[in-house]
Every structure is written in C-alpha cells, then in structure tokens.
Design a binder for this molecule. Sequence first.
Ligand SMILES: N[C@@H](CCC(=O)N[C@@H](CS)C(=O)NCC(=O)O)C(=O)O
Length: 197
Amino acid sequence: MKLFWCPRTRAFRAAWMMEELGRPYERAAIDVRDQAARSDPEFRAASPMGKVPALVDGPVKLWDSGAICLYLADAYPDARLGVPIGDPARGAFLQWTLYNNAVIEPAIGEKVDNRPVNTLQHGYGSFDLMIATLTGGLAAGPWILGSRFTAPDVLLGSAVHYMELFKLLPDNPVLHAYAQRCRARPAFQRAAAFEGA
Ligand SMILES: N[C@@H](CCC(=O)N[C@@H](CS)C(=O)NCC(=O)O)C(=O)O
C-alpha cells in the first residue's frame, strides 16, 4: 500500500490508521502547500482533488480520510478495526465512521468562522450539538463502540485531539479523557512522530 501524506494535515488520521493496521506500507510525502509537488502525476492519479491523504492499494484508489479508514477496516478484518456486515454493531460503526467528515468538520468550520447557528438547516447541526452528541456517544467508553478500539476512534480521536490542541474543546472531562486515551496508543505516537520528522 502507498499512502500519500503530508505533515500537519488531515493525513495524520490515515497514518495513524495505517499504524493501527500493522501492515507494511510506503509513506510518500507530498507537500500540498507547494503547487509543483501537488501536480505530481502519480499523486494526481491517486488523488484527483490534489488533497492528502490518498491511499493506493493495488487497483484501489481512495482520496478521503473517512473512506480510507472504512476501507482498511473492511479490507483487512484480521486487524479487528472494523465490524462485519450482519453484526448488530455495524450500524454504530458506520454512523461514527462518517461522523467526523460529515458533522465534526463542518461544525468546527462554523465555530472557527463564527458563522450563525442554524441547527434546523445545517446538516451538521451546530458546534454545540456536535460536541453534545459525541460526548453522549463516548459516555460509556472507553471507545466509541465500547470496549474495543475501532476505525472510527481514529477519526474521532484525531478530531478531539486537534480540537484540544487548538483550544476549541469546551471544558469536557469525557472528551479530554478520550483524547488522552488516544494519545497513549503506540500507533498514535508513531504517526505523531512522523509529523515532527
Ligand atoms: N475530505 C478530505 C479533505 C482532505 C483535505 O482537505 N486535505 C488538505 C490538507 S488538511 C489538503 O490536501 N489540502 C490541499 C489542497 O486542497 O490544495 C479528507 O478528509 O481526506
């Protein structure tokens, strides 16, 4: 597998997921802040929008962090980062895997850009509703599906970690403790080490 990656971007999630997966892969650094690097033909074939992360796995090409996590969890079940079709927990697995890119990210945009709240019209609800819903989901813990760490924890954990870093998290013991649990994982720490390299 080949992961197109750039430090201090959303590619962190995909690198963390690859480290959780524990399979060999190549990490190809693409500086997305540099137009020439973004124009690299091999990269653009993998990522039509010129964004990271992007993953190539044989004939499979994926260019969204949520899709990458979902694909890897399903394609490599031995890693036990997914929930098989037919398992009653599959619904919650899908719901929370999509929650980051569908709800958390646009809700952060609302907060950062100070946009007016319109819970009725905005598909993501609002920043406060996003936080309350995520907190409710993690109340039992320790992970979003309960006792087992799964792919959505990579996406949600990255989001909570970065919200904490950028001081966007309200005083919320459930989410702070979750961020700490995520940071304690060796795979998280390996992916974080790439960021600094
Ligand atoms: N939906 C994508 C968004 C990826 C994305 O926007 N990545 C940014 C870096 S954080 C990027 O590559 N930006 C470069 C550009 O758009 O020119 C995902 O989550 O994978």
